[in-house]
Design a protein around this ligand. Structure first.
Ligand SMILES: CC(C)(COP(=O)(O)OP(=O)(O)OC[C@H]1O[C@@H](n2cnc3c(N)ncnc32)[C@H](O)[C@@H]1OP(=O)(O)O)[C@@H](O)C(=O)NCCC(=O)NCCS
Length: 246
């Protein structure tokens, strides 16, 4: 089965009407309905691309016929495969993210996985310093120190979104969604500059002040898209951190 990392440039995807209708027919009815409710076409396209990536993964890697794939969501919204699986496939983990110009997917045969993509873009209605003030509680003092140490406001914003992608990737791996106290997780990013297209694994996570045995893969897809993939051992996390305490 192996590890999978895919990125699909959904902003550049311009389906003709019949292609769109065909694509929408290929996802489960409740997802088709959900996607139909998006106000902006770009959000619908990104969400549909995310679902199609998951179905392509399951069909190709787990050899389940497309029309037999049954996806459900946890109470917090994380999609999982609900088909009865042999024990070799039952730990297969996947996660998608869609933001900016891409939909991305990461999958792992044994590890817990969460993925997040963030596009660096100017805040809509305020200056960058004001935006940072509003977002103050999302990051720790040490993280803000790194963000604000960058040379200019655009680089600070870029570092902000890099941290954001890292935090989200971890929250998505453990599946908790919103409501997690973000001050409990702190990233020590390394190296400070990322080259486009290279994959880095040097960044460390502290949870409640202790270094965690999680791996974070970071990639800069282009000038303004950061992707972070969080990878953790399933059993270790369950034993040390019961979800009740999160
Ligand atoms: C869904 C959530 C986990 C992430 O949303 P997001 O970053 O806006 O969106 P992304 O594009 O990265 O991911 C969305 C996809 O993640 C998956 N997802 C949904 N809920 C999830 C969960 N609880 N855990 C993991 N993955 C989830 C879904 O596939 C979803 O796409 P879909 O609904 O179209 O099928 C959302 O609950 C959230 O925003 N949580 C954290 C918020 C927060 O405090 N962030 C601060 C970081 S500094």
């Amino acid at each position: 089965m192996g590890s999978v990392r895919w990125a699909f440039p959904c902003a550049a995807w311009r389906p003709r009407r019949e292609e769109w209708l065909l694509a929408a027919r290929l996802v489960q009815p409740e997802e088709k309905d959900r996607i139909g409710q998006f106000v902006f076409a770009r959000d619908a396209k990104a969400a549909l691309a995310g679902r199609l990536l998951i179905r392509k993964l399951i069909a190709e890697k787990l050899h389940i016929p497309w029309n037999e794939i049954c996806l459900q969501r946890t109470s917090k919204g994380k999609p999982f495969l609900a088909n009865n699986m042999s024990s070799t496939c039952s730990n297969y983990n996947f996660n998608v993210s869609h933001q900016g110009d891409y939909a991305v997917l990461a999958a792992e045969p044994e590890l817990q996985v969460g993925i997040d993509i963030m596009k660096t873009s100017l805040p809509g209605s305020s200056s960058i310093p004001n935006f940072f003030r509003i977002m103050k509680r999302q990051f720790t003092e040490a993280e803000w120190g790194v963000i604000k140490s960058m040379n200019n406001e655009w680089m600070q914003l870029d570092m902000f979104y890099r941290h954001w992608a890292l935090k989200e990737s971890f929250l998505k791996a453990i599946g908790v969604g919103i409501g997690f106290n973000l001050q409990r997780i702190e990233f020590n990013v390394s190296p400070l500059q990322l080259e486009i297209g290279k994959v880095y694994q040097e960044t460390k996570l502290l949870l409640d002040g202790d270094e965690e045995e999680w791996t974070f893969e970071e990639t800069r897809l282009d000038d303004n898209h950061h992707v972070a993939v969080a990878l953790g051992k399933q059993e270790e996390y369950r034993q040390n951190h019961s979800h009740d305490s999160l």
